[in-house]
Design a protein around this ligand. Sequence first.
Ligand SMILES: NC(=O)c1ccc[n+]([C@@H]2O[C@H](COP(=O)([O-])OP(=O)(O)OC[C@H]3O[C@@H](n4cnc5c(N)ncnc54)[C@H](O)[C@@H]3O)[C@@H](O)[C@H]2O)c1
Ligand SMILES: O=P(O)(O)OC[C@@H](O)[C@@H](O)[C@H](O)[C@H](O)CO
Length: 378
Amino acid sequence: MTQTAVHFGAGNIGRGFIGLALHEAGYDLVFSDVNAELVDALNAADSYAVHEVGAEARTHTVDRFRAVNSATNEADAVAAVAGADIATCAVGAGVLKFIAPVIREGLRERAADAPKLVVLACENAINATDTLRDFVLDGAPELADRAIFANTAVDRIIPAVHAEGLDVVVEDFSEWAIERGPFAGAEPSIPDAHFVDDLAPYIRRKLFTVNTGHATAAYWGSLAGEESIASALGNAKVREEVDAVLAETSELLIAQFGFGKDEHAAYVARTIQRFENPELPDTPTRIGRQPLRKLSRHERFIEPAFDLATRGLEHGALLRAVGAALQFRSDDDEQSQELGRLLETLEPEQVVAQVMGVEPGEVLHDELVEVVRGVDEA
Ligand SMILES: NC(=O)c1ccc[n+]([C@@H]2O[C@H](COP(=O)([O-])OP(=O)(O)OC[C@H]3O[C@@H](n4cnc5c(N)ncnc54)[C@H](O)[C@@H]3O)[C@@H](O)[C@H]2O)c1
Ligand SMILES: O=P(O)(O)OC[C@@H](O)[C@@H](O)[C@H](O)[C@H](O)CO
């Protein structure tokens, strides 16, 4: 019998990676989104294309999908979850709380004898599925045994490309790691994903290499007036800062997880090559989006800087990158505007506590206050 997957968030990663991977695994897809134009376009189309660019360029076609608008037709989205085998999402970590009620009601409506729903959050955040699970089960703990919640790490650079309708341009690299434990030996078959016993090394290596390096290139690149990530990497000052943050996070990741030095150096070199892909139309504006999220405690700058400081290791380049991030402004990015207002109205100590989640007396606090003060005075 055909299996069905509901995917929340039919955006770049939704169409260009998770939707594609589930399609290639044989699932029929239901995209759930709140963007009416996108939902209508998906329902009007028979298929869309995923163009991989890079050394191994090729095009995939995704079909056998429909879309529901969970903002205007929540009952349809709930029914889709109730009848699905897998529910995935790529909506942004801050949106998990808004999709949770739909999944909760879907679990409630699920037939008593149905197999458990596999729930996988595919966001750039540590243990995003656990966060989603806590929202889903809030006030409804009895639904816990109707689902399998597994954390994942997803990696594929997908810029926002609106020119060709639903088609997506993606890099020719991807990795989707899913924790194995919650499946108790009955993992679903998804050829483009791999199951791992311990997700921590995968998600932390990804976030603190790909995303730390990416954000560093975006914030320094933006200050340097670079319009693409590839050109930012070609700017000597930006490249120096990217290399410096990755040297710091490399030391941490090797110390924390025991990666071999050569193995990790190869991972970093490949990451830089991915950023430099000239066929990927990616921008500092997309990579720098939502700086308040990116400056929060367990995100790509503060978490590794905190862990390095705790170990007495060098973290100056991460602090400089925080300084660059504090200066990021984009008319299209509400968080960057809010960041500007916070810097104008709060004392540096309040910025560090409220935005970065580091309290007085904690390691890194005083250094971060100096970084904020330096930006205020500039
Ligand atoms: N693009 C990438 O390169 C990439 C790679 C790995 C991980 N990610 C992560 O994937 C997530 C999505 O990123 P993206 O680049 O695809 O963003 P995107 O903006 O292209 O897509 C997000 C989609 O979620 C939809 N959405 C918002 N609120 C919703 C709701 N309540 N219910 C259903 N849908 C909703 C939006 O309308 C949009 O279509 C983020 O967490 C991001 O960090 C992105
Ligand atoms: O999606 P964000 O905003 O957390 O980060 C922006 C990019 O760094 C990110 O989308 C990468 O392209 C992606 O994480 C690569 O796997």
